[in-house]
Design a protein around this ligand. Structure first.
Ligand code: SF4
Ligand code: SF4
Length: 324
């Protein structure tokens, strides 16, 4: 137990005091059991997938090269539960994204992040009928509470508060938000304009004030996204902290430029990881650091105190939280 704890402190110290890469973002599979209408993944070609032994060897060599943290992506990582478990054992801190349909397999020392796009009707219109219900059922039975991540776009921007209320009624650790980042040369219709995004950024701050710290979006993060804030200080590849500190790998073990792919439009990036990292340290912001601690240390609760919130279960099975 002491070694991962020490390792996590090393990761945070490197983030704070050096420019060195700390993290491997790994597509552990190129397969997915869903076919979400807004997903760039299945519209792109992907290289072959390393088999389990090769993938585990690949992860060990990344750890040996000094990358102590990992973020697991796909496709859908839960299609390879043995690889997920191995990642949790190899790295000092592991985050893994999932669509929630296969539950939350063992991830030693790690944190699952559930991607949903909104309340049931909105989510399922994008991800497929029954996906929301399946994911919520798995949340109810998760061994440790997942974080829930929403990618905000033109397709779901009007339901952010409803979604937060539903999520806060579930046993989750908290919520996080990115904005849809288009790829250069591909369909960018889901992407919000920067001005539209500014108004949702303000809305997220209002929702955090209303529902509490489980709404994982701080003022410092908002400043990194706002068009009149710090956005233009980092929204190109050479200045993005992810491009310096996170090494991204495809499912065959070869490098790619960004977790979003080689063609992501940095000028319109809405990645939560970048705004959290920059928000935490430019300048130092304890509220955002606390939020990052919650990611890196699964047992650490990022919220200071729970606001008084009442939970209501609707006859149709959906739940809702209201601040008292
Ligand atoms: S679950 Fe994720 S990877 Fe799979 S199709 Fe949907 S958005 Fe794409
Ligand atoms: S898309 Fe965003 S996260 Fe990816 S390299 Fe560009 S700025 Fe960084």
């Amino acid at each position: 137990m002491m070694i991962p704890f020490f390792g996590k402190l090393v990761i945070l110290s490197k983030w704070l005091f050096t420019n060195q890469p700390t993290t491997a973002a790994i597509d552990v599979t190129h397969r997915c059991n869903l076919h979400c209408s807004h997903c760039y993944w299945w519209k792109q070609g992907h290289p072959r997938e390393l088999n389990d032994q090769e993938m585990i060897r690949h992860m060990r060599s990344l750890r040996a090269s000094g990358l102590r943290a990992a973020i697991l992506y796909g496709g859908e990582p839960t299609l390879r539960p043995d690889v997920c478990r191995a990642a949790g054992e190899i790295f000092d801190a592991t985050l893994a994204f999932t669509n929630g349909t296969n539950g939350f397999p063992e991830l030693p020392n790690g944190q699952w992040i559930l991607s949903l796009d909104g309340p049931e009707s909105v989510n399922d219109a994008l991800r497929g009928k029954g996906v929301y219900e399946q994911a919520v059922q798995h949340v109810q039975h998760a061994a440790s509470p997942p974080l829930v991540h929403m990618t905000i776009s033109r397709l779901n921007r009007n339901c952010v508060e409803d979604f937060i209320k539903e999520m806060l009624a579930l046993p989750i650790k908290g919520t996080g938000f990115s904005f849809f980042t288009p790829n250069v040369g591909e369909d960018d219709s889901p992407a919000l304009t920067l001005e539209e995004r500014d108004s949702i950024v303000e809305e997220l701050l209002r929702l955090r004030a209303r529902y509490g710290d489980k709404v994982g979006f701080t003022r410092a993060m908002a400043r990194q996204l706002k068009s009149n804030g710090a956005f233009r200080e980092w929204n190109e590849y050479a200045r993005c902290p992810v491009s310096r500190r996170v090494r991204c790998y495809q499912s065959d073990g070869t490098r790619k430029a960004c977790t979003y792919g080689n063609d992501a439009d940095c000028s319109r990036c809405g990645c939560a990881a970048v705004v959290a990292f920059r928000g935490a340290f430019n300048p130092v912001d304890l509220e955002t650091i606390r939020l990052i601690f919650g990611l890196v240390f699964p047992g650490f609760l990022p919220h200071r105190k729970s606001k008084r919130i009442s939970f209501h279960l609707h006859p149709n099975g959906t739940a809702e939280a209201t601040r008292l």
